[in-house]
Design a protein around this ligand. Structure first.
Ligand code: ADP
Ligand code: MG
Ligand code: MG
Length: 276
């Protein structure tokens, strides 16, 4: 286990809807740091069973535990341990040192180059693929739930508070618990939806936002019916990838495994050489 009393709580580093995140450093070995995500217990807390535990645990913990078996994915923040108190949960997380949220990174950087974007998107896809392989649908991927370390641009996916286990059954709209930016149109329409195409939609939404500094759709109406305005200065491959991820019909949308095989990620293949 993890001995919290060995740690000294430091600055508040983040605030979400239901909790606060603090950095804490080890009292003797000051360079050892963790992030403490502290949440008030509420009526709506969901609990899930996890292998190897006799009692169900907070769903956020259960979903992260699925992802903590070796070999782990470097692009998903690590859960070291957790504590359940009478009124609070405390998640003891890997601390992403010298990081920004992707939201802040996009604001600060302005025009992000495709090379930079490609580097970030490769890591996001790695995180997403790892989640699907371990039966986890994140359900709340947006730019405040993605951390980017500087200057190395390592990406860490955080906040599994809305995550759902992937089963043989499709999801319903109510299973999409996230803020909504990444919600695919099939979920919004109230149809059932599947994890993989929903993830691909979100990947398109993230790539769009990185390349444009704003959301692809500003409201539900435009998400359902509007056309996407893509910057014509982007490479043909980048425009194609965004458009194919943001196809509203999930059956016609690019498939998850096709995303990382897309020529935007492989700029040296002969067919796409001229665009780079
Ligand atoms: P919530 O579920 O309330 O949205 P998050 O898990 O998204 O909480 O965390 C809120 C904010 O705290 C994040 O947007 C980020 O800025 C910061 N944060 C969370 N976890 C870490 C971490 N491990 N390292 C550094 N910053 C973090
Ligand atoms: Mg969050
Ligand atoms: Mg959350």
């Amino acid at each position: 286990g993890f001995d919290l009393s060995q740690f000294e709580v430091g600055d508040l580093i983040g605030k979400g809807a239901f909790g606060e995140v603090y950095v804490a450093s080890h009292k003797r070995r000051k360079r050892v740091k963790v992030a403490l995500k502290c949440m008030m217990k509420s009526q709506e807390d969901r609990y899930l069973d996890v292998d190897g535990h006799s009692t169900p645990v907070l769903a956020e913990v259960a979903m992260m535990l699925r992802l903590m078996n070796a070999p782990r994915c470097p692009n998903i923040i690590r859960l070291h341990d957790w504590v359940e108190l009478e009124d609070n949960f405390v998640l003891i997380l890997e601390y992403a040192e010298s990081c920004q949220t992707l939201l802040q990174y996009i604001k600060d950087t302005g025009d992000i180059e495709e090379n930079q974007a490609r580097r970030l998107m490769r890591q996001l896809i790695r995180a997403v693929m790892f989640c699907t392989e371990h039966g986890v649908f994140h359900g709340d991927i947006h730019t405040a739930n993605i951390l980017v370390t500087l200057p190395r641009l390592e990406l860490k996916l955080i906040d599994f508070g809305c995550a759902q286990p992937i089963t043989h059954k499709p999801f319903n709209k109510s299973d999409y618990r996230g803020a909504g930016h990444g919600m695919p149109p099939e979920a919004l329409r109230g149809r059932v939806f599947h994890a993989n195409p929903a993830y691909v939609w979100t990947i398109g939404i993230m790539l769009y936002e990185i390349m444009h500094g704003r959301l692809a759709f500003c409201n539900r109406q435009s998400l359902m019916f509007g056309s996407i305005q893509i910057n014509p200065r982007l490479s043909t491959a980048c425009v194609d990838l965004i458009s194919q991820c943001l196809i509203r019909n999930p059956v016609q949308r690019l498939q998850l495994h096709q995303v990382e095989e897309h020529c935007w990620f492989n700029p040296t293949t002969p067919n796409s050489l001229k665009q780079f």
